[in-house]
Design a protein around this ligand. Structure first.
Ligand code: NCD
Ligand code: ZN
Ligand code: ZN
Length: 349
């Protein structure tokens, strides 16, 4: 049985939502990760420093007793973002970064940015003040094939923006393609990327395995095998520009198993085990700590966590469903199966 000890990891891309859902999901992330970059695509979105501060307090109220966890907040950019509020919020330590959702690209992005041109003054202020831009990197024009939207965003939106604002630091969130990885690599140093467990484990066949699989549906959508293999190389190859970001995105079961199902894979309960499985399969467990615990903090200019955790290749059964108060239930990645790795809790040093 393989065993690995590493610094407590961080999750550089999570969705906690609010209310009963937040109460149900925060403990999973807080127990496994030291910090998390929290996405603010609530309804309505969290667009100001004051709203973000209040949201951070609500998150902290859901962290279990005795667990130390730091949520890092992002500002949801809109066509009307006030650059002064963003810069002041960053200086005050409320905002770690700002998030670009192209309007209508994904869940709760209706208030997103209609074009990068519209927010150029905000992006200039971010470049000047060292505020990283996090992107949901997909073009939204309906004529562009859904499987091509990320590659087109990299080529048409990000590459020109990187050239125009040399001081801007960018994280391409949840990359799913060779093209995404190549752009990040070409700008390593000022650019990083998060990679989710599902995009490392599955290709687009998983969406249609014996029938339609709503719990495999997220955005950007799963891609061809060649892209999955490119992502595995990026994640496990020891390159510091790639880091852990689960994009754990809870939606109630009945809203996923629906006529028009929501996009998002809820992975928080098993995310670390899933990543460990990938690194074990690639025989790259030595590179795990870099991806999970070092590269992200280095990009954001933060110290890595000091605490060490140990995991071993011991399967643990996981719940079929998780209750969300009266509202409904959640289905996690690996639901009804076993998580391939488990924490050795008594071995913490
Ligand atoms: C995310 C969500 O549900 O908020 N969904 C997803 O499929 N990834 C939004 C996002 O990260 O794009
Ligand atoms: Zn996204
Ligand atoms: Zn997300």
């Amino acid at each position: 049985m393989r065993r690995l000890t590493f610094r407590r990891p961080d999750d550089w891309h999570v969705h906690f939502r609010d209310g009963a859902m937040m109460k149900a999901v925060v403990p999973y992330t807080a127990r496994a990760f030291g910090r998390a970059i929290v996405m603010l695509n609530l309804t309505p979105p969290v667009t100001t420093a004051a709203l973000a501060e209040a949201y951070r307090a609500r998150i902290l109220s859901c962290v279990p007793e005795g667990v130390s966890f730091t949520p890092l907040m992002t500002c949801y950019l809109t066509d009307h973002t006030d650059a002064r509020d963003l810069v002041a919020g960053h200086k005050a330590g409320i905002f770690t970064a700002a998030k670009l959702y192209p309007a209508h690209a994904t869940t709760n992005s209706a208030h997103g940015v209609t074009s990068v041109e519209t927010i150029m003054p905000v992006l200039e202020a971010m470049a000047e003040n060292g505020i990283p831009l996090l992107t949901h990197g997909e073009v939204t024009r309906p004529e562009v094939d859904i499987f091509d939207r990320e590659a087109r965003f990299a080529e048409e939106v990000l590459a020109p923006l990187l050239a125009r604002l040399p001081g801007l630091r960018v994280v391409m969130e949840h990359i799913t393609t060779e093209e995404g990885a190549a752009l990040v690599r070409a700008h390593a140093g000022r650019m990083g990327a998060t990679i989710t467990p599902q995009h490392l484990l599955y290709n687009r066949n998983a969406l249609f395995q014996g029938g339609l699989r709503p719990h495999m549906y997220c955005l950007p959508v799963l891609k061809r095998e060649q892209h999955r293999l490119a992502l595995r190389k990026a994640a496990t190859g020891g390159e510091t520009c790639f880091f852990l970001g689960t994009d754990t995105a809870p939606h109630l079961r009945h809203l996923k198993e629906a006529d028009c199902g929501c996009a998002g894979v809820f992975s928080a309960p098993v995310a670390l085990a899933a990543y460990l499985q990938v690194f074990a399969e690639e025989n790259q467990l030595d590179a795990f700590e870099g991806f999970a615990s070092l590269n992200g903090p280095a990009f954001y200019g933060l110290a890595p966590n000091e605490e060490r955790v140990a995991y071993e290749e011991r399967p643990a059964r996981i719940a079929e469903e998780i209750e969300v108060g009266e509202a409904g239930r959640l289905v996690s990645l690996f639901s009804g199966e076993a998580a391939p790795w488990s924490e050795v809790s008594e071995k913490r040093t």
